[in-house]
Ligand binder design. Structure first.
Ligand code: C2E
Ligand code: MG
Ligand code: MG
Ligand code: MG
Length: 273
């Protein structure tokens, strides 16, 4: 309609679209170059037991070791990776790096890897996971694949792939639980081993416990493990333990750290045990 009015609105709209397209291309090219140049690194944030705080595993969180900007978090590039399709290459790289690192950890420690909807839509994703497990030597039950609601409603081969992962013996986790619109019905259609309450629902000092409490009860009803994310204080840890959360993650226990730093920490935990 703007075009017919001849007011230039359509041209401005088109120019805006093209500028955004060019910006996405520019960012995607930079990211692709960084992946090829080996500038991506995997950090690991410990997952601990409640209430005692013993490390039982870690979540793999990707970072970009940028030559000029230093260590850049995923908030700055995951969306570009998803919109450009590069997330498939990047996600496979993270999966392989994370399983290789976790295979060096002692005992039954587990690693959790975030997987995007785009990755899970592709038929053959379970084969990618199976290859990473085979090449790293990590037993399937020591890998947890973290998905969000957008994955579970993702279409393509998603449903078959989730079953394929279960068949491999890999564990599934519903991340950012509670932030989506249909998380409740999702639990019935997509059986998972674990749910991670989004950190926005962790009771602050004085805040309400209602949602954290309800989710803990639901986890018990579905017999899934409940993880509390974003625990920043001792009070929050105590509160979530009292509500029945089995596991926790957060700056109060440990920040995401490099693979070598985590290994050093694991050695000291084993040493005092
Ligand atoms: P997530 O999977 O929910 O990961 C938890 C995020 O919360 C991480 O941010 C972590 O550093 C942060 N966090 C942990 N404890 C605390 C705390 O006590 N307080 C606060 N304020 N934050 C805490 P990060 O590393 O920036 O990652 C952000 C998101 O990027 C992740 O959220 C995940 O959705 C995505 N992501 C990270 N790595 C990957 C990856 O390899 N593949 C995909 N597809 N997504 C990834
Ligand atoms: Mg996660
Ligand atoms: Mg989360
Ligand atoms: Mg998230």
């Amino acid at each position: 309609a703007a075009k017919e009015r001849g007011d230039g609105g359509y041209e401005r709209y088109r120019a805006g679209m093209e500028a955004r397209g060019a910006e996405l291309n520019r960012r995607a090219t930079a990211l692709r170059t960084a992946i090829l140049a080996d500038q991506m690194v995997v950090y690991f944030q410990p997952v601990v037991t409640l209430p005692d705080g013993r490390i039982t595993g870690a979540e793999a969180l990707v970072r970009w070791q940028h030559p000029d900007e230093g260590l850049v978090g995923p908030g700055a590039f995951i969306e570009t990776a998803e919109r450009s399709g590069l997330i498939v290459t990047l996600g496979t790289w993270v999966l392989r790096a994370a399983t290789r690192e976790a295979a060096t950890w002692p005992g039954e420690l587990t690693v959790s890897v975030n997987v995007s909807a785009r990755q899970l839509r592709d038929a053959g994703f379970p084969d990618v996971v199976a290859a990473a497990l085979r090449d790293s030597g990590l037993p399937p039950h020591r890998l947890t694949v973290e998905i969000t609601e957008s994955v579970a409603v993702g279409g393509g081969a998603t449903a078959e792939n989730l079953q394929g992962l279960r068949d491999l013996g890999v564990r599934l986790s519903l991340d950012d639980f509670g932030t989506g619109a249909s998380t409740l019905s999702l639990l019935a259609t997509c059986p998972v081993h674990q749910i991670k309450l989004d950190r926005s629902f962790v009771p602050g000092s004085g805040g309400s416990d209602a949602i954290a409490d309800a989710v803990a009860q639901m986890a018990r009803a579905f017999a899934v493990q409940a993880v509390a994310e974003g625990i920043e204080t001792a009070e929050q840890a105590t509160r979530m333990a009292a509500l029945g959360y089995d596991r926790a993650q957060g700056f109060h226990f440990a920040r995401p750290m490099s693979g070598p730093d985590l290994s050093a920490r694991l050695r000291s935990q084993v040493a005092v045990a």
